[in-house]
Design a protein around this ligand. Structure first.
Ligand code: NAD
Ligand code: UD9
Length: 457
């Protein structure tokens, strides 16, 4: 079996390597020459736990190119970004990938779309472009097989998760199922292409709405001067309640985008767009807290800890840090950023001492594990304020070092946080107490539920 995988990013590369490691001959195709050069040098274009070992294992059956070639199966894993101005999906890359496959497509070949797309895209956009080959769908096989793996645990989820296979017809579903069964240990569920497209978007929209609810709870709790972290922990003791974690906003290439794909053609949606609005407003809310702390300080400097969209990853796509920084700079604050994982960002990334030197407020935006262990005694700040927008720091330790500690959702009225103090409710419910961990989590796990339940990431 020869498989041609178009798009060697966070999804396409691990998928291509898994196929190769399980016996297929794989040609990985990427239009970005630097990705191809990087792989040809034997390096990886990004980091993901286990990917280096998998690359070594798969190397002998894996080659890379900027052009597709004839194969038994083609898999499309190219980006599907959101147009920021219109909030409509940008299908340019998917269209181009289908157009690149067409000249190589033959009767009996299988084409799989893994990219996340609005419902109906396979039928309306992808299949017609593939048919320009002169082969009609039915004579070639087609399936939409959305990816569910979570960055930071991509390989274990790609192999262990259940999958949805949405075939154009029975034969397409059978063939696609057979290919995935070479490495997927999870259950495979069969459906049609449009339902598969819809299911993927529902999954991420469900998560976005639930995070929005947690973020709204955080704001409501503060209005009531209640610590939301304690409240969530207790609410989650109910057997049928699972509240997620509030935070500074929702980023990444999926959760912040896919709800718009689901609703882009709808005139009915209310809850989905409201959830997007709430999550997108969280940087404003965190900045409001900073504004309260920094009032009266001349030429204030904010130090951002974490610009990646979530803990223990380098990816900054759609990170809430972008909006927070832009708002902070518009407010007249100087901003200095530190992130031990991220390499690409709009602002210079500094090491920790440089990013915090002379700072008036440290703001934790990303839940990298290394921040949990940070020793505040080593920081040469000017004013000792810290805002923990992820509830991950050892708050007692920071307060002992003279920091005024403000945790997102801790219920402290802004004006009551003074240097050297920790909010009473935050002291009552420090991060470690709020998130008991029964056994050490895998290093890639960054978010634990307040009650430490599995499946909470
Ligand atoms: N990253 C995730 O966690 C994740 C999870 C599930 C689903 N998805 C979906 O998978 C798709 C890919 O996402 P990603 O994060 O891997 O993207 P990515 O940006 O990491 O990688 C995509 C790659 O495709 C290449 N490319 C663009 N056009 C091409 C073409 N015509 N032919 C060949 N290569 C081309 C780009 O150069 C890039 O290297 C998206 O639709 C995304 O929504 C992503
Ligand atoms: C349904 C689902 O699980 N889908 C996953 C998701 O992967 P992801 O990495 O984008 O997802 P998250 O980890 O949820 O992060 C998103 C943002 O939400 C913030 N967040 C999270 C939890 C919380 O309680 N409070 C928060 O504030 C977090 O910091 C970050 O900014 O989409 C992928 C692509 O489709 C899927 O493949 C993958 O299965």
């Amino acid at each position: 079996m020869k498989i041609c995988v178009l798009g060697l990013g966070y999804i396409g590369l691990p998928t291509a390597l898994l196929f190769a490691a399980h016996g297929a001959d794989v040609v990985g195709v990427d239009v970005n020459q630097s990705v191809v050069d990087c792989l040809n040098r034997g390096s990886l274009p990004f980091e993901e736990p286990g990917l280096g070992d998998l690359y070594s294992e798969a190397k002998s059956r894996f080659s890379v190119s900027t052009e597709p070639e004839a194969a038994d199966a083609f898999l499309i894993a190219v980006p599907t970004p959101l147009d920021p101005a219109t909030k409509v999906s940008n299908l340019t890359y998917v269209k181009s990938a289908a157009g690149m496959i067409a000249p190589h497509l033959h009767r009996g070949n299988l084409v799989i779309l893994e990219s996340t797309v609005p419902p109906g895209t396979s039928e309306r956009v992808v299949i017609p472009r593939l048919e320009k080959s002169g082969v009609a769908v039915g004579d070639f096989l087609y399936a939409h097989c959305p990816e569910r793996a979570i960055p930071g645990r991509t390989l274990s989820e790609m192999t262990g998760n259940s999958r949805i296979i949405g075939g154009y017809d029975r034969e397409s579903t059978d063939q696609a199922t057979a290919i995935y069964q070479t490495f997927v240990r999870g259950q495979i569920y069969r459906t049609d292409t449009k339902t598969a497209e819809f299911v993927k978007l529902m999954e991420n929209t469900c998560r976005d709405v639930n995070i929005a609810l947690a973020n709204e709870f955080a704001q409501l709790a503060e209005e009531c001067e209640v610590n939301v972290w304690e409240a969530i922990t207790l609410a989650n003791k109910h057997p049928r309640v699972t509240v997620l974690n509030p935070g500074p906003g929702v980023g990444g290439h999926c959760i912040a985008i896919d709800p718009w794909f689901l609703t882009e053609n709808s005139t009915r949606c209310r809850m989905v767009s409201t959830a997007r609005e709430i999550n997108d407003s969280m940087p404003n809310y965190v900045l409001r807290i900073a504004r309260g702390l920094l009032a009266g300080i001349r030429d204030p400097t904010i130090s951002i800890l974490g610009v990646a969209y979530k803990g223990n990853v380098a990816d900054t796509r759609e990170s809430p840090a972008f909006k927070f920084i832009q708002l902070a700079e518009n407010e007249g604050y100087a901003v200095r950023c530190h992130d031990p994982y991220a390499t690409k960002f709009t602002h210079p990334l500094m090491d920790l001492p440089e990013a915090t030197a002379g700072s008036d407020c440290v703001v934790v935006l990303t839940d990298h594990d290394c921040f949990r262990r940070l020793d505040p005694a080593t920081l040469q700040v000017r004013t000792k304020f810290v805002i923990d927008a992820r509830n991950i720091l050892d708050h007692g330790k920071w307060a002992d070092q003279g920091f005024g500690v403000r945790v997102l959702g801790d219920g402290t009225p802004v004006q009551q946080t003074v240097p050297g103090e920790i909010a009473a409710s935050a002291r009552l419910y420090p991060a470690d107490a709020a998130r008991p961990i029964a056994s050490p989590p895998p290093s890639s796990i960054s978010l634990l539920s307040p009650n430490g339940r599995e499946g909470f990431l």
